[in-house]
Design a protein around this ligand. Structure first.
Ligand code: PLP
Length: 372
């Protein structure tokens, strides 16, 4: 079945007990078991698994073409569980342009867990090869990356990972499985902050890992989730599941809107650079065309005149809301260096934009009046 059909139907079997078409929300924390804790229906305690979360996991696995998936309470919870599934002594290669929380995990937490991490420019395959060591167990990629919108060649990274007997995991939050399916390109696992496009309405937090195979890494990450406890709640699982049903439609429109906005910004004299993989001028455009079916709703741009000029522009916007996060129905903009806080490597004149479902002309006009 095609992606749009899977997004609507995967994990959507009507409820066996009542026939309800919309999925039930099972809030129970505990499930009746036999005298020696036998679980004929598969459920025992909410932190191990719950039926609403299971439906979401079945859906996400089907969307990415993976054998199995794990839902988490946040994207960071999912990323942390994946790293915690690695053995002490392992080495990880991760992108220098990456979600700031993953950078904090790599620099502050991995060393405490006995894991070494090296940041590299993932658009430079020679640099990735050079960073790989005999102890490398994981390449963690993010494409498009946050906030510079860099494109990593996922098939090439999968080949490097295979050659090194390491895993390739891809944070596909910006692209969503509607546009890019890393498992089909050779990755072993996909990570999502479902808080973003999969939830889709800026009203639920969640994360997910989808695995090519239900093998050892999946088992280990599942064990981390069960014991460390980063599970998704039933209600949040339900909200993400609800969001997924309209994903294909939303992302298609957001991609079209973002391309219109990116083109208008590229032509604007107050703009120094636009980072959007859908533009022919983007250094990763050819790779993005190969591995994505459209270029998504995220972009960033640099304003001429530095930090003050960028802040002035954001404060003049009327349609865009100044807020962090992304992937909702409303267009958001933020001065990313301010959101990331002290020590952020993000350029001070960079604004990151999440394009929503408004009419593209209203977005283009709003940015034009704000940039003056
Ligand atoms: C938001 C985000 C995360 C973290 O997800 P949370 O749900 O906020 O914990 C990870 N990676 C990317 C690319 C993100 O945008």
């Amino acid at each position: 079945m095609r992606f749009e059909t899977r997004a609507v139907h995967a994990g959507g079997t009507p409820d066996a007990a009542t026939g309800s078409v919309a999925p039930p929300i099972h809030l129970s924390t505990t499930f009746e078991h036999g005298p020696a804790a036998e679980t004929p229906l598969g459920y025992m305690y909410i932190r191990d698994a719950n039926p609403t979360q299971t439906r979401l996991e079945e859906t996400l696995a089907a969307l990415e073409g993976g054998e199995t998936a794990l839902a988490f309470g946040s994207g960071m919870g999912a990323a942390a569980a994946f790293f915690q599934a690695l053995p002490p002594g392992a080495h990880v290669v991760y992108p220098s342009d990456v979600y700031y929380g993953v950078r904090a995990l790599a620099t502050e937490f991995l060393p405490r867990w006995g894991i070494e991490a090296t940041a590299v420019d993932m658009t430079d395959l020679a640099a990735v090869r050079a960073a790989v060591r005999p102890s490398t167990r994981l390449l963690w990629a993010e494409s498009p990356s946050n906030p510079l919108m860099q494109i990593a060649d996922l098939s090439a990274l999968a080949e490097i990972a295979r050659g090194a007997s390491a895993l390739l995991a891809v944070d596909g939050t910006f692209a969503t499985p509607a546009l890019q399916r890393p498992l089909e390109l050779g990755a072993d696992a996909v990570h999502h902050s479902t808080t973003k496009y999969l939830g889709g309405h800026s009203d639920v937090q969640g994360g997910a890992l989808v695995f090519r195979k239900a093998g050892e890494v999946f088992e280990k990450a599942a064990h981390v989730r069960k014991i460390v406890g980063g599970v998704a709640s039933p209600f949040n699982s339900w909200l993400v599941l609800r969001g997924v049903r309209t994903l294909a439609c939303r992302v298609e429109r957001q991609s079209a809107n973002a391309l219109a906005v990116a083109r208008s910004l590229e032509a604007h004299p107050a703009v120094e650079a636009v980072h959007y993989p859908g533009l022919a001028s983007h250094p990763g455009h050819a790779i993005a065309r190969r591995q994505m079916s459209a270029f998504g709703g995220m972009l960033s741009f640099r304003v001429r005149g530095g930090r003050d000029a960028a802040l002035r522009a954001t404060s003049r916007l009327k349609v865009f809301v100044n807020a962090t996060s992304l992937g909702g129905t409303e267009s958001l903009i933020e001065h990313r260096a301010s959101s990331e806080g002290p020590g952020s490597p993000t350029p001070q004149n960079l604004l990151r934009v999440s394009i929503g479902l408004e009419h593209p002309d209203d977005l283009v006009e709003d940015l034009a009046q704000a940039l003056g």
